[in-house]
Write a new protein. Structure first.
Length: 478
């Protein structure tokens, strides 16, 4: 090893090395002497601060490695956070904001005025309006702050950092390796429980809140793993790893027993051909008409009341086959509890159709809008979970305009994605655009019966996919 590559070389590297070594020892002795063991983290904090100044791209990759590994931690006062990734989100959002202020002129202005970005601005602007008119402003302020660091980190910072093919590949592997490690861990734990549906949530700790959270992450990542194999020669080592991992992901999704993930993957499979045939806009319009028709049918003369469950028969099922049969009969507890909250949401929207109750406020107000005939034996909701439909939640908390803005933004992403897919001649870009479109469709489908955009394991990918499509649209324009 040459002198210039050695940590003991003379000059600045040597000074940095001994300074860091001294700080490490000082932190160790200070922690032991004062019983303040957080001081052990001082050297790591110093490295982090150094990288923030010199090269925050490394911290960005590290954040993505943490996302599959993060765990929910409950704090005093009823608060919760995801560790270790959420502090890194806040850190990177702050660092990038400072970078924008100091170096904004050097950035690609087209990214900031792209139609998808403009719709995102509109979404944030309406969120701000509904925060001001919120029934509980403090809750809505916290919601908007969390949304801000998600958007800054996963949308704008992604658009700035992941510009080249090599950047995208590096990002993929930073996520892929820890993700597959957690999948293997969960799979083995679940295997030790006999792949029991009853015990599936026991296998998820500490990385996933429940089997739904786990299966949804695997489902949205599957298209990426499948298309990433095209980067390598068939039967090469990376190709075999990716093909094997894609098959493993499907197996893991299968034994996660999450109906939403199954349906979302089936929709994505059909969407592949819709994109190839340039039918995204007609398909979206058809889906929109179908949704409006279904809602209109149920609301007309309060026909939805005919679908109230039988309280005595609506129970928890411990075998997956029984769950599927009960779902078809309207006797599954999780499905009918969703309906209970959706009915409450319908009445909440009628009460405040313009600006809603304010971001983050569904739980705080929904009980007085419930209909007792739809109640189930888990309706006391000790987990304080939400409405389980992001679209409906958006309408409840941000009013009908908020829902229209969000749906418009989601549609625009898919429409622009199809345009880039058919316009580009670059093989890498073409395949990766398709992977991102399918991943986005998985998320959009999941949001029909889940509200996961505000979670680290899904929301991060939602904004990342948007940024990647915008970036590739701009690159394709030259």
């Amino acid at each position: 090893m040459g002198a210039k590559d050695s940590i003991s070389a003379t000059g600045a590297p040597r000074l940095l090395f001994w300074s860091f070594a001294g700080l490490t020892l000082l932190s160790f002795f200070a922690a032991v002497a004062t019983n303040r063991y957080f001081l052990f983290g001082a050297p790591a904090a110093l490295i982090l601060a150094y990288l923030c100044i010199v090269d925050f791209k490394k911290i960005y990759y590290l954040l993505w490695a943490f996302i599959p590994l993060s765990t929910e931690v409950f704090l005093p006062g009823g608060f919760a956070t995801d560790l270790p990734d959420e502090p890194f989100m806040v850190l990177l959002a702050g660092v990038f904001l400072i970078f924008l202020i100091r170096n904004g002129r050097e950035l690609d202005k087209r990214f900031f005025v792209h139609p998808v970005t403009l719709l995102l601005y509109l979404h944030l602007a309406w969120l701000t309006v509904t925060m001001i008119t919120s029934s509980l402003p403090l809750v809505s302020v916290k919601f908007l702050l969390a949304k801000a660091w998600y958007v800054l980190t996963f949308y704008f910072l992604t658009g700035f950092l992941l510009k080249k093919e090599e950047d995208t590949k590096k990002w993929f592997w930073w996520v892929f390796i820890p993700l597959m490690a957690t999948v293997a861990y969960v799979f083995l734990r679940h295997a030790s429980l006999g792949f029991s549906f009853k015990d599936v949530n026991q296998a998820m700790a500490p990385f996933y809140r429940n089997h739904v959270n786990y299966a949804c992450l695997l489902a949205l990542f599957f298209p990426l793993a499948w298309f990433a194999r095209t980067w390598y020669k068939p039967l090469s080592f990376p190709w075999l790893i990716l093909v094997g991992s894609a098959v493993f992901l499907l197996a893991a999704i299968q034994v996660a027993y999450t109906r939403a993930a199954y349906v979302a993957l089936a929709i994505a499979a059909g969407a592949y051909f819709i994109v190839r045939l340039r039918l995204v806009l007609p398909a979206l319009l058809l889906a929109l008409i179908g949704a409006i028709g279904a809602v209109g049918y149920l609301v007309h003369q309060e026909k939805y009341l005919e679908y109230a469950p039988d309280f005595e028969k609506t129970v928890t099922h411990y075998k997956f086959d029984n769950l599927l049969a009960a779902t078809a009969k309207g006797e599954d507890i999780s499905t009918m509890e969703r309906v209970y909250r959706w009915v409450a949401g319908k009445h909440m929207i009628q009460d405040r159709p313009l600006t809603g109750f304010g971001p983050g406020n569904f739980y705080n107000f929904y009980r007085s809008y419930t209909v007792s005939s739809f109640e189930t034996y888990v309706s006391d909701n000790p987990e304080q979970s939400g409405i389980h439909s992001y679209y409906l939640m958006t309408a409840v908390e941000q009013g009908i305009p908020g829902l229209l803005i969000f749906v418009g933004m989601a549609f625009a992403v898919l429409i622009f994605g199809q345009r880039v897919y058919h316009r580009t001649r670059d093989p890498f870009r073409k395949r990766w655009v398709m992977a991102i479109i399918l991943g986005t469709i998985v998320i959009d489908s999941l949001l029909l019966i889940n509200d996961m955009v505000e979670t680290d394991k899904v929301g991060s990918f939602f904004f990342l996919f948007m940024a990647m499509l915008v970036r590739m649209d701009l690159e394709d324009q030259g």
